[in-house]
Ligand binder design. Structure first.
Ligand code: SAM
Length: 332
């Protein structure tokens, strides 16, 4: 029973992320016509501070580029691709892909989260015409905690539990014809702001389970967005702020350093892995025009603090290719 343990404040981090996204959308940083259907009383939510809005924008841009780049890479190989999102929370990415130009490149999109959050999401989907009209052949299972449709599946799972007991049985539901996740299609694993809540051994077991699931001839990609460098003075303050809100991180000390991030994937036999901090992404990947547009939206007084915060978040991506295949020259 997840509600009996300390995961309440951790589940709550999803509402914070969704409200931050809604704020960034309302103020014009991002476009997302779906997020308002996944936040309660969206019109009453006050905007978040400029620093949070900019951070949400940079994170979203970076992950969008990686996911869209992935769909393009798979399409260039003439294959549809699968996306599996761990700790997906109120993410709207499936709906954004499904209404975008890469819609037909997507074979299946699978989300996992704790049961309370998947229940909330299935209810939001049922309530919203805009969300449900994107899904075909919807069935709800297990008291509304699980949703199946032709292309999109939402499952309750505690990712701290060994994958053979948590996710493996779900992907082969007897009511479905064949496994939901093909071991032979290119697949992207998304871990957006979730691994920090899971002990390193459990995170490693999860990634290794997926590595073993896929045929060695198929391409596997993975993207992690996370806080890091939490041992330095500013990082310690960030951890303290989380504790005040009741969010305690599992014994992940020493926390990852920037240099250690690519090992998230290389230790599991990925062919390549790279990381960038949000600070670097803002400086090098966001165009000058976009930066100007963003800075015209609101006054940002805390520029030094923004740099410090952005320097404690990173996006890491890895690619596992069949042996002998060279990595593409460009992904992000
Ligand atoms: N990925 C979404 C995003 O970036 O907007 C949500 C991020 S939110 C900060 C963290 C999410 O991870 C929450 O929805 C939480 O319930 C989920 N999560 C945390 N620990 C988990 C666990 N052990 N198993 C499954 N999901 C978990």
């Amino acid at each position: 029973d997840y509600s009996q343990d300390a995961s309440g404040p951790i589940r709550q981090t999803d509402s914070d992320a969704a409200i931050a996204r809604l704020s960034a959308v309302k103020l014009g940083y991002l476009q997302d016509p779906f997020i308002k259907f996944l936040v309660q009383r969206p019109h009453l939510q006050p905007p978040r501070p400029p620093l949070i809005n900019v951070g949400t924008y940079v994170r979203s841009e970076a992950i969008d580029r990686l996911v869209n780049g992935w769909l393009e890479l798979s399409a260039a190989e003439g294959k549809k691709c699968q996306v599996v999102s761990m700790g997906a929370g109120s993410d709207t990415r499936f709906w954004r892909i499904n209404t975008g130009p890469r819609k037909d490149d997507l074979a299946v999109y699978i989300e996992f989260d704790l049961m309370e959050n998947t229940t909330k999401k299935t209810m939001a989907i049922r309530k919203s015409k805009e969300l449900s009209e994107q899904l075909e052949n919807v069935t709800l299972e297990h008291g509304g905690t699980t949703l199946h449709s032709t292309k999109y599946h939402l499952f309750p799972a505690d990712l701290r539990i060994p994958p053979t007991e948590s996710i493996a049985p779900l992907l082969t539901s007897p009511s479905l014809e064949g496994p939901i996740l093909s071991p032979n299609l290119p697949t992207l694993l998304l871990f957006e702001c979730v691994l920090v809540y899971i002990a390193p051994e459990a995170s490693q077991a999860l990634i290794q389970w997926f590595v073993d699931y896929f045929a060695s001839s198929s391409v596997l990609g993975a993207v992690v967005y996370e806080m890091f460098g939490l041992n330095d003075p500013f990082g310690v303050v960030m951890v303290e702020n989380l504790k005040v809100r009741g969010v305690s991180l599992p014994g992940a000390e020493p926390y990852p350093t920037f240099e250690s991030l690519p090992r998230r994937f290389t230790r599991h036999g990925f062919t390549t892995s790279e990381a960038l901090t949000l600070r670097e992404i803002r400086k090098t990947l966001i165009s000058r025009e976009e930066l100007q547009r963003i800075s015209s939206l609101e006054m940002l007084d805390e520029v030094e603090e923004l740099d410090l915060v952005l320097a404690h978040y990173a996006v890491t991506w890895g690619l596992k290719l069949p042996s002998g295949q060279n990595p593409p020259s460009k992904w992000i």
